[in-house]
Design a protein around this ligand. Structure first.
Ligand SMILES: Nc1ncnc2c1ncn2[C@@H]1O[C@H](COP(=O)(O)OP(=O)(O)OP(=O)(O)O)[C@@H](O)[C@H]1O
Ligand SMILES: [Mg+2]
Length: 121
């Protein structure tokens, strides 16, 4: 392969988890050697149908739930370890615990040093 990024093993692990589990998730990630992360407040829905309710005679629909999106990019540790750590930190056993996705990353660049590829992660 001529394109050096083709065989790169950089992965992004994207997880939507309960906001009150963020602390446990961060701790689990640091313990597995992946302390770098981006956190965003998001709203979303999983597979459960929307819930209808009544409040002061008005009908409302609970469709979207507040979650936290955690993005972690790794090169030197297996994405599976990151997935396990997040799942560990986020788990309660109740519906709505969250979802984890693993994506390939083409390349990475560290702004300060100009480094590129896995060592920039
Ligand atoms: N297929 C999906 N695509 C994009 N986002 C998703 C998907 N599934 C879940 N999410 C995100 O993850 C959050 C949590 O999903 P949730 O844990 O409720 O999934 P679920 O499949 O309904 O599982 P459970 O039965 O445990 O509730 C959602 O609010 C949404 O933000
Ligand atoms: Mg759900």
């Amino acid at each position: 392969m001529t394109d050096e990024t083709d065989d790169s093993e950089i992965k992004m692990v994207v997880a939507m988890v309960r906001p009150d589990k963020l602390g446990d998730v961060k701790k689990a990630l640091a313990e597995v050697g992946a302390p770098s992360l981006t956190v965003t407040n998001v709203s979303g829905r999983g597979s459960q149908p929307a819930k209808k309710g009544q409040w002061r005679g008005e009908e409302y629909v609970v469709d979207l739930h507040q979650k936290v999106k955690v993005e972690t990019v790794v090169a030197d540790i297996p994405a599976e370890d990151v997935v396990d750590a997040i799942a560990d930190g986020a788990h309660t056993g109740e519906k709505g615990d969250g979802k984890i996705f693993v994506l390939p990353v083409d390349n990475a660049y560290q702004v300060r040093t100009g480094k590129e590829g896995p060592e920039a992660v």
